[in-house]
Design a protein around this ligand. Structure first.
Ligand SMILES: [Zn+2]
Length: 62
């Protein structure tokens, strides 16, 4: 995944490791950029699918 702030590309595991100091790290749904510390919300596969489905739906409605 890519950091929206500094543009660094990193793995989800790396972001989770950067979030280790967080007391709610287990239930934390954010991924922290190892470079600048910007927290990016995780995007589960289901949401990605939903987004695509919505896009397609909008296309057919036209
Ligand atoms: Zn960053």
């Amino acid at each position: 995944m890519k950091c929206q702030l500094c543009g660094l590309e990193f793995r989800e595991e790396e972001g989770q490791a950067a979030c280790m100091g967080c007391p709610v790290s287990r239930s934390c749904s954010l991924i922290k950029c190892p470079n600048c510390g910007y927290e990016v919300p995780k995007e589960p596969g289901l949401i990605k699918k939903l987004k695509r489905w919505k896009e397609r739906r909008n296309e057919t409605q036209r």
